[in-house]
Design a protein around this ligand. Structure first.
Ligand SMILES: NC(=O)c1ccc[n+]([C@@H]2O[C@H](COP(=O)([O-])OP(=O)(O)OC[C@H]3O[C@@H](n4cnc5c(N)ncnc54)[C@H](OP(=O)(O)O)[C@@H]3O)[C@@H](O)[C@H]2O)c1
Length: 417
């Protein structure tokens, strides 16, 4: 769950003219051809200021033409205003005023683990930033200037500066810049969301203490500690490798005391932080993105079919399954090891038929299916692409490729039927 200010701005840093016109924006491209569909699919609640809300009211005809409804969002919305503004029939809107920190708990609950979108304007996004509640700025910078207007982000951000995470060109008129908000250098403050993987059955408000977290920390002879991580993959691995027989579970947690780095564990994603103080459970992750790594260039709506030349083993056969995973790490391996020369790509996919554990990765080196890898005989539908991801170090990719080549020489074929 992240709190994101996703917005379009002119090259000189304005999001609207002084009289709230967005006419500069629309010639620069369509939202459907931008990252918007992928972005909005992950939004669980949104916040906007009165001027932004009034823009939607004033442009009801255009909004209806584009979305079929005068209110373009299905997510619950919080509109900040000191005035009594007209309502939109059927829209899930709460009118609020004052400190953004006072509504954030309600927004988080409503978002159910998904992201919170601060729609704008810039001053409201600044209020979230001031309260230490903004995680990311995603700005589509358009090739237009206005000279003056409503500012993108009327705040000084100097030290630490924002961390540039990705740059993506969108046609000839836009570039999307993604920035992470760095608060301090301590691990507990740079990430607003931590996860803990376990097999324990826990509920919001429960505490995970170092004593009952024997499967997740303090195993290296140091003082007992509970492990936590901002990396969902690492929490999935921890859940799958945890002692016991119940299903692996991933909880969102809050530390109640200082957090420090845990000793690195090479080999697979592992929870990288630990705390001697209990963790408070704030929720459970129950909906998952599914990923497919490849070198093929695909678009949302495309189907990934079985019947391809395989990436591993005998290339004379064709695959009878399509493969996908719940962990980004495994999808990155899929992209890096895929045959071909194009850039590796990670797509967000949904299966269209029955799925089963991938036997190549289940109950092999580790018990169970720690990479949460699956396969299906029916196609996968592409619903989006992950563009900001970091590959494994080149030496790790080489070692993996050498290992697979050795298996091939030994005649070990992947299980695909
Ligand atoms: N380019 C883009 O992607 C993009 C994105 C979003 C918005 N926009 C446009 O940019 C413009 C933004 O306008 P804006 O900068 O004036 O910002 P805005 O945040 O939409 O509206 C500001 C108003 O919201 C109310 N408000 C803000 N914080 C509040 C709080 N904590 N408590 C109570 N009320 C609060 C106040 O209005 P009252 O006191 O009068 O109630 C304030 O004057 C709009 O035209 C919008 O359509 C563009």
């Amino acid at each position: 769950m992240k709190i994101q200010y996703y917005v379009a701005a002119t090259l000189d840093g304005y999001i609207a003219t002084e009289d709230d016109s967005l006419d500069w924006l629309f010639p620069l491209g369509s939202t459907q051809e931008s990252s918007y569909p992928e972005f909005i699919a992950e939004v669980g609640a949104l916040a906007m200021g009165a001027a932004t809300y009034e823009w939607v009211l004033r442009h009801a005809d255009e909004v209806i033409a584009e979305t079929g409804s005068p209110w373009p969002y299905t997510q619950p919305a919080w509109v900040f205003t000191h005035r009594s503004l007209p309502e939109v029939a059927g829209a899930d809107i709460r009118f609020v005023r004052g400190d953004v920190a006072e509504v954030i708990d309600a927004m988080r609950t409503a978002a159910q683990g998904k992201n919170i979108w601060v729609v704008g304007g810039g001053e409201l996004a600044g209020q979230f930033y001031d309260a230490g509640l903004l995680d990311e700025l995603i700005v589509q910078v358009g090739s237009a200037t206005l000279g003056r207007g409503k500012p993108l982000f009327p705040r000084q951000v100097l030290s630490p500066v924002l961390r540039l995470v990705s740059v993506q060109q969108m046609g000839a008129g836009m570039v999307e810049l993604r920035y992470q908000v760095s608060r301090t250098n301590t691990p507990d403050a740079t990430h607003s969301q931590f996860y803990h993987g376990t097999r324990a059955d826990l509920h919001p408000g429960d505490q995970i203490t170092p004593d009952d977290a024997s499967n997740a920390g303090g195993q290296d002879g140091t003082a007992p500690a509970v492990s936590l991580t901002p990396n969902l993959d690492a929490a999935i691995w921890a859940a799958e490798l945890a002692d016991g027989d119940g299903p692996g579970r991933v909880y969102t947690v809050e530390p109640t005391g200082p957090v420090e780095d845990a000793p690195p564990q090479p080999g697979h994603p592992a929870m990288a932080h630990r705390s001697a103080a209990p963790l408070r459970v704030t929720g459970e992750v129950t909906t998952w993105r599914l990923y497919h790594g490849t070198r093929a260039a695909l678009q949302p709506g495309d189907l990934i079919q079985p019947g391809q030349t395989p990436n591993f083993g005998n290339r004379d056969r064709t695959t009878t399954y399509v493969y996908f995973t719940r962990t980004l790490d495994a999808a990155i391996w899929g992209a890096e090891l895929a045959a071909g020369d194009g850039p590796g790509r990670i797509y967000i996919v949904e299966p269209t038929g029955p799925v089963e554990d991938d036997p190549n990765l289940t109950d092999q080196r580790f018990r169970g299916n720690p990479t949460k890898s699956y396969r299906s005989r029916e196609p996968l539908r592409v619903t989006g692409e992950v563009t900001a991801w970091q590959g494994h170090p080149p030496e790790a990719v080489k070692a993996m490729q050498d290992g697979l080549a050795k298996l091939e020489q030994l005649g070990v074929e992947p299980l695909d039927d």
